[in-house]
Design a binder for this molecule. Structure first.
Ligand code: CU
Length: 416
């Protein structure tokens, strides 16, 4: 028999399960596949903290790596002319201490070129205790936040111990920005609120709507404002202007140099790629095979490099498919990399022989994993734009990497 206690427990576990599921999917899986496949490709991402690692409140972590802005940018969103390097976290659980794009500070937004790559680095400081999923992220105008791969970080300690000190350009040390000059903020709010309340009380103490309405209707509205009212209003105008001048003087005295918030954009150059075009890739046919959760691509590869090359990795929408037959590709995968973002089985390439210099060969590439479903990329079929984008990583016989884009239409297959 189900007693009240059992029902309570069941309801509670259902609620907890729902909440935890909701919390886990904090957005990254809800974006349309074309947005995730044809916008940003993050790679070589490293974290200074391991996945599921622990930080204490006030400790710092670094996320860095490279991000590629896809050349076949979706038409439905604006070109990435205004982008902002940020982080994807559930609320302000970290503060972003520094962020750089190709070593240029990213305090402001910037504009980037599609088809190019940029090195990013973000330094975070732990603020609120809990278990948080942390991603690097770009806010792209008209597209919203586009996140990179995420890891879980546990923050331990007490939120009240958090301090964020800075040194200003004038050499002044601020112990904690979170509480800096708050007494002043309270004081001035109280002063202006008191003036406003007094002014309101001055009018409210007299009869309000109906009597006034009748006087206005009678054409006697001038009797509503007495000489005393006018005198008080004049005193207040002079008093308020005087107070403003005084406050301005006090502020100038105390803070000699103030710099306005910067509205301009920072300029950043892309990472130079001398190997561009060395490996030429052409999509011939692409299918998404639903029953098997496979993306199957026929592609024509031309090797313009002077050494033989092999396809080592296929990556799209933060998922990585590694060709286990290419040692350099296997070595490039950090063992701490988030498990759910790496396919369990190998990337299947039908012809494993290295592609010789000058050779053009057609490859049949099979990227199969349940992650297509888990990451909800299978909803590709529901998109009005059934196209895909990905990066292919090739390695030459010396282990040097060449990265090429691949893109095209993708057809769903529903039958076995
Ligand atoms: Cu997340």
């Amino acid at each position: 028999m189900l007693n009240a206690n059992v029902i309570k427990k069941l309801v509670l576990s259902f609620v907890l399960l729902t909440i935890s599921t909701v919390l886990y999917a904090h957005g990254e899986r809800n974006q349309e596949p074309f947005l995730r496949m044809k916008t940003l490709h993050w790679y070589d991402v490293e974290w200074s903290v391991k996945n599921e690692g622990t930080l204490k409140v006030n400790e710092e972590m670094t996320m860095k790596g490279r991000v590629h802005f896809f050349s076949r940018w979706p038409q439905v969103i604006s070109k990435p002319d205004t982008v902002f390097l940020s982080v994807g976290t559930p609320g302000p659980v970290f503060i972003r201490k520094f962020s750089y794009l190709n070593e240029v500070p990213m305090i402001q937004s910037t504009g980037v070129e599609t088809g190019k790559s940029y090195d990013f680095e973000v330094i975070l400081k732990a603020r609120l205790p809990g278990r948080h999923h942390v991603h690097p992220m770009f806010n792209v105008e008209s597209a919203g936040g586009l996140v990179g791969p995420g890891i879980w970080v546990n923050i331990e300690g007490n939120a009240d111990d958090f301090v964020y000190g800075v040194e200003t350009r004038t050499g002044q040390t601020i112990e904690n920005l979170g509480t800096y000059a708050t007494a002043n903020v309270y004081k001035w709010h109280a002063i202006w609120a008191a003036i406003a309340v007094l002014w309101l009380l001055w009018w409210i103490r007299r009869p309000l709507l109906i009597q006034r309405y009748l006087l206005v209707k009678d054409g006697q509205w001038s009797t509503l404002i007495t000489l005393t009212d006018k005198k008080l209003a004049a005193t207040m105008i002079i008093g308020i202007i005087g107070l403003l001048i005084y406050a301005n003087g006090v502020t100038k005295e105390e803070y000699r140099y103030t710099i306005p918030l910067q509205g301009g954009k920072a300029e950043v150059d892309a990472v130079l790629n001398p190997d561009e075009g060395k490996v030429y890739v052409k999509n011939k046919k692409a299918e998404y095979y639903l029953p098997g959760r496979s993306v199957i691509i026929d592609a024509e590869i031309t090797n313009n490099h002077n050494l033989p090359i092999q396809l080592g990795e296929f990556t799209s929408a933060n998922l990585r498919f590694i060709n286990h037959h290419v040692p350099a590709a296997v070595a490039a995968l950090d063992e701490d990399y988030p498990d759910e973002l790496v396919a369990d089985s190998t990337l299947v390439v039908d012809d494993l022989r290295p592609i010789m210099p000058g050779e053009t060969r057609r490859l049949h590439i099979d990227a199969t994993d349940a992650a297509w479903e888990v990451e909800r990329l299978s909803s590709l079929l529901n998109d009005p734009d059934s196209s895909y984008g990905a990066l292919l990583f090739f390695y030459d016989s010396n282990g040097k990497r060449f990265i090429s884009e691949i893109y095209g239409q993708i057809l769903p297959t529903f039958v076995d």
